[in-house]
Write a protein that binds this ligand. Sequence first.
Ligand SMILES: CC(C)(COP(=O)(O)OP(=O)(O)OC[C@H]1O[C@@H](n2cnc3c(N)ncnc32)[C@H](O)[C@@H]1OP(=O)(O)O)[C@@H](O)C(=O)NCCC(=O)NCCS
Length: 149
Amino acid sequence: MATDRVMRVLKKADLQAIVAIDEKTSGSNRHEYYERKIAAVTDPQRSINSSLVAEMDGKVVGFVMGDVYFGEFGIPETTATIDTLGVDPSVQNKGIASDLLDQFLMNMKVAGVNKVYTLVNWDDFALEKFFSRHKFVPSKRINLEYQLP
Ligand SMILES: CC(C)(COP(=O)(O)OP(=O)(O)OC[C@H]1O[C@@H](n2cnc3c(N)ncnc32)[C@H](O)[C@@H]1OP(=O)(O)O)[C@@H](O)C(=O)NCCC(=O)NCCS
């Protein structure tokens, strides 16, 4: 039977579905984090809502959460970040994350974004390969850190 796949803008009511997907992939329940994050990305006073979900037969099976920055943090160009990407393990490797990413990038182009940034842990080779396949390259920005004593 053919499955009905759609993509749409993420809304507040998607919280539980997103927390459940993240729990399956990360092994921890991050309800509070996602509650705060979703409140922020859906706040029209803050920025445009660039975050998306993928639905399969009416059920949320994947999401991409991002942010758009219009010349903030001393960076003159319009940029976007991808903060979280997740797909339900039962439907991974079917191109859902790829479709979400392609749609996100297309929307960002329309919004006038010049560059999209994301952070990948240096030893997360699978995710690095995923982004590399989608033409992401190492950035000229350096990620600095300071370990508080
Ligand atoms: C990383 C993640 C988002 C990818 O989601 P996904 O929907 O499985 O991704 P895709 O299906 O688009 O691509 C995955 C692989 O399936 C393959 N694929 C894509 N479409 C396919 C199709 N129709 N049929 C068969 N294989 C396919 C791709 O070649 C791809 O391989 P690659 O990544 O080695 O290049 C998902 O594995 C996930 O949620 N992981 C856990 C959470 C995580 O690590 N998040 C990132 C931190 S924020």
